[in-house]
Design a protein around this ligand. Structure first.
Ligand SMILES: Cc1cc2nc3c(=O)[nH]c(=O)nc-3n(C[C@H](O)[C@H](O)[C@H](O)COP(=O)(O)OP(=O)(O)OC[C@H]3O[C@@H](n4cnc5c(N)ncnc54)[C@H](O)[C@@H]3O)c2cc1C
Length: 505
C-alpha cells in the first residue's frame, strides 16, 4: 500500500518487522526482497511521488574543498530517489577492489567477491543489463601490458506507457508497491531522529514528521537507513550516533569518483572508434568500452583503480560541459595539423578513503529543525599521482609508437584541474570487521547497535572506479537475505515507559 503520511493522525504509531528509511532504488530493492521473504516492511520516504521544491530544500547543505555539486539538487527527494536522474552506467566493482591493497590505507572489504557475486548478478538482472558480460568479446584493438579493455553497460529506458527512465524502480514496481501484502510505503514522512534504548544498545523507534506538522513514531525489529551516502550519516549524526574516531567516525572517508580530461590525441587517420563509442549494442544493451589499469600494474606502481575513455572531439564538449574551459584551453595550445583527427581522452578514477574527506553537520537547520549536512571533499596525493602516472603509461604504451600525438594535460595537483563529480556518494558509513576502523560490521549493522543497519554506497570501504548503483543494489539484496534470516530471532526492543501512544491500523 502506498499511503501519504498526512492522511494519518498526529502521534500515530506504525509497526512492522523492518523499517526501511528512504525510498530510492536501494530502499526499494531491499523492501522488495524483504517482502518476498515474508517480512512486514514499512518503507518511509521523505519525498512525494513527484518532484517537490519543498522536499528538495530538505537536502540543502554546505560544501568545502572540491566542488561535488549543489547538495540540494544532486539527490532527489521523491519516491524512486536519485534514480529518476541517473545515467544508467553500470558495472560491478572489480574483484581486486575488495581485497587488501598494502599500498592503500584502509583498503579491504569484510566480504569477498565470490560472496557478493550472486547478488551482483541479481542486481544486474534487476537493472535489465542483458548478458552478464563486462569484458569485450572481440580482441583488443591495441593490446597493451598495462591496460585491459573493459565494458560498462547502460541500463535501458523502459518501453511502454510508464515511460520510466532507465529502470526507475518506483515506476517499474508500482503495482507491487501498491498492492503487496506486508508492505506499507509511507510518503511525505521525513525521519529526523532515531532514539535509543536506555542502555544505548538499540534503536527503539524512528521519529518522522510531515510538512503539515504530523509527528509519527515508527517501530520495528530492525531499522535500515537507505537514504543515500550523505543523508545516512546526517541522520545518524543528528541522532547522536557518531561511531568511533578517525575512519570509524560516522561521515568520515567520503569518496567520489574524480573524473576529467587527461589529454588530447591527434591521429593522422580516423581511429576505428567502434570499441570506444557509447551507444554500441551488446545483445540489445548499449555498452561503453574503456581502458582500465590492470590490477597487476596498480600493485606494481602502488596506484588506485582507474579507466580511460577515448571520445571523438566532435562529441565533446557541449556548451555547458563542466570541462568546457579545460577543453577550450587544450584546443588553443595544441597545433592542428591539416587533416588530422582529434580525440579527447578522459579519465574516471578511484579515490583513496581518508577521514578528512567527510560529511559532518553544518550550522544550518532544515524545515524540521534537523542540522544540515556539510560536505568536505578532498583528494590525496595518491589520487593525483594515480591519474598522472596512468596518463603517462597510456601515452607511452597504447599511444606511443602509434604515429599518434598525445598531449597530456594532467597538472601536478589535481585540485588545480577541473575535476568532475558523479553524485556517487560513498564511504561515509564504511563496513569493516574492526569497530576501530569502521562504522558498520560485515552485515552492514552499526557497530554497537543491535538493530540498526545501513544500505547504499555509503557502506563501501573503498570505491573502485565503477559507478556505484549496481554494487549498492547487490549489497541491499545481501542485507535483505541477512535480515530475513536474522529477524525471526529478534524481538522488538521495548520503548522506555512514557505517555501511551495511539496505535494506527
Ligand atoms: C545526475 C546523476 C547521474 C547518475 N548516474 C549514475 C550512473 O550512471 N550510474 C550509477 O551507478 N550511479 C549514478 N548516479 C548515482 C545514483 O543515482 C545513486 O548512487 C543512487 O541513486 C543511490 O541510491 P540510494 O537509494 O542509495 O539513494 P537515493 O537514490 O538518493 O535515494 C534516497 C531516498 O531516501 C529519501 N530520504 C532521504 N532522507 C530521508 C529521511 N530522513 N527520511 C525519509 N526518507 C529520506 C530520499 O527522498 C530518497 O528518495 C547518478 C546520480 C546523479 C545525480
Amino acid at each position: 500500500m502506498i499511503l501519504h503520511a498526512d492522511l494519518l493522525d498526529d502521534a500515530s504509531l506504525l509497526e512492522a518487522d523492518v523499517c526501511v528509511i528512504g525510498g530510492g532504488p536501494v530502499g526499494l530493492m531491499l523492501a522488495l526482497r524483504l517482502i518476498e521473504a515474508g517480512q512486514r516492511v514499512l518503507l518511509v520516504e521523505s519525498g512525494e511521488d513527484w518532484d517537490d521544491a519543498r522536499c528538495q530544500d530538505l537536502n540543502v547543505g554546505s560544501s568545502e574543498g572540491l566542488w561535488a555539486g549543489n547538495l540540494r539538487d544532486i539527490r532527489l527527494r521523491r519516491l524512486g530517489g536519485t534514480m529518476h536522474a541517473w545515467g544508467g552506467n553500470s558495472r560491478p566493482l572489480d574483484p581486486e577492489d575488495l581485497v587488501v591493497r598494502p599500498w592503500m590505507a584502509r583498503s579491504g572489504w569484510p566480504i569477498g567477491w565470490e560472496e557478493l557475486l550472486p547478488h551482483l548478478r541479481a542486481a544486474h538482472d534487476a537493472l535489465d543489463l542483458g548478458p552478464w558480460c563486462y569484458a569485450p568479446a572481440e580482441p583488443a584493438l591495441w593490446p597493451d601490458p598495462d591496460f585491459e579493455e573493459i565494458l560498462f553497460r547502460l541500463s535501458p529506458d523502459l518501453p511502454g506507457p510508464t515511460a520510466a527512465y532507465r529502470g526507475e524502480f518506483a515506476a517499474l514496481h508500482r503495482v507491487t508497491l501498491d498492492r503487496a501484502t506486508g508492505l506499507t510505503v509511507l510518503l511525505g514522512a521525513t525521519v529526523r531522529h532515531l532514539p535509543r534504548s536506555p542502555n544505548g544498545l538499540a534503536v527503539v523507534a524512528a521519529e518522522a514528521m510531515t510538512f503539515r506538522g504530523k509527528a509519527l513514531r515508527l517501530r520495528a525489529r530492525g531499522y535500515v537507513l537507505a537514504c543515500g551516502g550523505i543523508e545516512a550519516p546526517r541522520l545518524l549524526l543528528a541522532s547522536g550516533i557518531t561511531g568511533g574516531t578517525g575512519d570509524a567516525a560516522v561521515g568520515a572517508c567520503f569518496m567520489e569518483h574524480p573524473h576529467g580530461l587527461a589529454g588530447l590525441l591527434l591521429a593522422p587517420r580516423q581511429i576505428p572508434l567502434r570499441p570506444f563509442s557509447p551507444g554500441l549494442l551488446d545483445a540489445g544493451v548499449a555498452v561503453q568500452h574503456r581502458w582500465r589499469l590492470r590490477p597487476e600494474v596498480q600493485a606494481r606502481e602502488a596506484l588506485l583503480n582507474l579507466s580511460f575513455q577515448l571520445v571523438a572531439a566532435e562529441m565533446l564538449p557541449s556548451e555547458d560541459d563542466k570541462y568546457a574551459a579545460a577543453f577550450a584551453a587544450l584546443e588553443a595550445t595544441v597545433p592542428d595539423p591539416a587533416g588530422w583527427r582529434r580525440y579527447y581522452v578522459t579519465f574516471l578514477s578511484e579515490q583513496e578513503p581518508r577521514p578528512e574527506s567527510c560529511v559532518t553537520l553544518g550550522p544550518g537547520t532544515d524545515f524540521f529543525g534537523m542540522p544540515q549536512a556539510r560536505l568536505v571533499w578532498r583528494l590525496s596525493a595518491r589520487d593525483g599521482c594515480t591519474v598522472q602516472r596512468a596518463t603517462r603509461l597510456l601515452a607511452r604504451g597504447i599511444f606511443g609508437g602509434s604515429g599518434f600525438r598525445f598531449h597530456d594535460r594532467v597538472p601536478d595537483s589535481l585540485e588545480a584541474w577541473p575535476i568532475g563529480w558523479g553524485a556517487h556518494h560513498m564511504g561515509t558509513t564504511r563496513m569493516g570487521e574492526d569497530p576501530a576502523h569502521a562504522v558498520l560490521d560485515r552485515d552492514a549493522r552499526v557497530h554497537g547497535l543491535e538493530n540498526l543497519f545501513v544500505a547504499g554506497s555509503s557502506v563501501f570501504p573503498t570505491a573502485g572506479m565503477a559507478n556505484p548503483m549496481l554494487t549498492a543494489l547487490a549489497l541491499a539484496l545481501r542485507l535483505g537475505d541477512h535480515l530475513a534470516d536474522r529477524l525471526p530471532g529478534m524481538a522488538m526492543v521495548p520503548e522506555p515507559a512514557g505517555p501511551s501512544r495511539r496505535a494506527w491500523a
